[in-house]
Design a protein around this ligand. Sequence first.
Ligand SMILES: Nc1ncnc2c1ncn2[C@@H]1O[C@H](COP(=O)(O)OP(=O)(O)OP(=O)(O)O)[C@@H](O)[C@H]1O
Ligand SMILES: [Mg+2]
Length: 300
Amino acid sequence: MIEFLDVSKFFGDHKALDNATIKIEDGTTIGIVGPNGAGKTTLIRLLCGILKPSKGQIIIDGMDLQKHPTEIKKIIGYLPEEPNLYERPKAGELLEYFGLLYGVPKEKINQRIDELLTLVGLSDRKDWKVSSFSKGMRQRLAISRALIHDPKIIVFDEPTMGLDPLTSRKIRDFIKTLKKDKTIILCTHYMYEAEQLCDKIAIIDKGKIKAYDTIENLKKIYIKEKTFKIGLKNMKKDILDRISLDKNLKVEERGENYLVIKARDYEDLNYVLREDVIYFEDLTPSLEEVFIELVGSKND
Ligand SMILES: Nc1ncnc2c1ncn2[C@@H]1O[C@H](COP(=O)(O)OP(=O)(O)OP(=O)(O)O)[C@@H](O)[C@H]1O
Ligand SMILES: [Mg+2]
């Protein structure tokens, strides 16, 4: 379990993290989302022991991070926002260096390197110099570096930023395989990625945690109305009249043989759905709408 207890971080007068309290259960994947400059990387760097809190406590597996930094660093793997890799060594040599630094036994290191390079799809690049790697390859190598000591907590700061859709998908698929037995903290700007991978999301804005919950609950709380598109064989006048008088429903769009209707839930549409329905689509907005609701301009 990871616990942030009233953690604040100041840079000079600027409060980058403001009284953050958050508990992360073992084995869960947590998404950290929020606008640029919100404090996501600050939170992550505090968690990895790179920054020290100005106030508050971070407890990991019952240990105070300030008092047990070495033990805790052994169980955390960190992919920074902009990973800095040594250029001169070969990929395998780089991983060997970090593996030994993080205490991987010498006799196990080669097997671990081969396993990891295969998992991230770089097995044929083991003997290539890091300087020859493309951006996507570097990112995958940096992920291997973060995982070399088989940490139980893995922290990814924007793992797919600036990568092509295929490489991004490979990385997401790889993160999915880690979900089985790791605790993962994933900082991302892609709501789709957060929805796909995370059990819970923390939304941060101006250093404050605005919400921390499951995606389902966040949608329930912050998306008050759902939107449905209903294709109807016949647009009967009596149904259209009933809909227009129904205060629970709001017609957003009316086509020749379809309606887009806002409703609290689809139960409110029962009498419409008893008609000759050709198709029924839930167009209810995604986590992105929750994000906009919480950190959008109206909250400025
Ligand atoms: N080392 C530092 N010195 C001074 N200010 C800093 C430092 N690191 C972060 N900040 C400030 O703290 C705030 C939060 O920055 P942080 O990097 O945590 O944001 P972020 O949510 O990760 O943003 P992004 O989405 O752009 O990566 C910003 O105002 C930033 O300028
Ligand atoms: Mg950041």
